[in-house]
Design a protein around this ligand. Structure first.
Ligand SMILES: [Zn+2]
Ligand SMILES: [Zn+2]
Length: 162
């Protein structure tokens, strides 16, 4: 693929490397990542454009229950021919091969939500007992006993035990 304008597409599946994720959401190591890429020969090298599909696992930022999702991420990277002057973090074609790991990792990590939610309107946890409010939106606690009554209740308790 040395002539500008030449094109080639390929699909492949690869196991997720470790550490593809941020804080509360990530791609489990070893889970399959689908890569669908079009390679296009340009004068400086090869342009890779495509889609990466991965399964995500994480924790809802509000209610802490598990969140799973399947998402597509866009990728576009230029791989230079060896010896070409390029920026420091440029990608190169090595022995006629391109390594998609770093671009794939960046494509996913840059698009992950900082605050994953199990659903848009997640109700979160009860501030008093930690109950997951999505399970019962009517969850409520008994009103606090009036302090004047509680003094009487204590007295009653003492009376009952004598
Ligand atoms: Zn939630
Ligand atoms: Zn509660």
């Amino acid at each position: 693929m040395r002539r500008p304008g030449e094109m080639k597409t390929f699909r492949s599946e690869m196991p997720a490397p470790a550490g593809v994720g941020i804080g509360m959401i990530w791609v489990p190591e070893g889970s399959p990542i689908d890569v669908d890429v079009r390679l296009e020969s340009v004068s400086e090298g090869v342009l890779a454009t495509g889609t990466v599909s991965a399964g995500l696992v994480g924790e809802c930022a509000r209610c802490l229950t598990e969140v799973t999702d399947e998402r597509d991420f866009e990728l576009q990277d230029l791989y230079y021919y060896p010896g070409r002057p390029a920026e420091e973090d440029a990608l190169f074609i090595v022995d006629e091969h391109i390594d998609l790991e770093q671009p794939m990792r960046d494509a996913i990590v840059l698009e992950l939500p900082f605050i994953p939610l199990c659903r848009e309107d997640c109700l979160g946890l009860c501030p008093e007992c930690g109950f997951v409010l999505n399970d019962d939106p009517d969850h409520a606690h008994q009103a606090q006993v009036d302090p004047r009554w509680s003094a009487l209740l204590e007295l009653k308790d003492q009376v009952d035990h004598t």
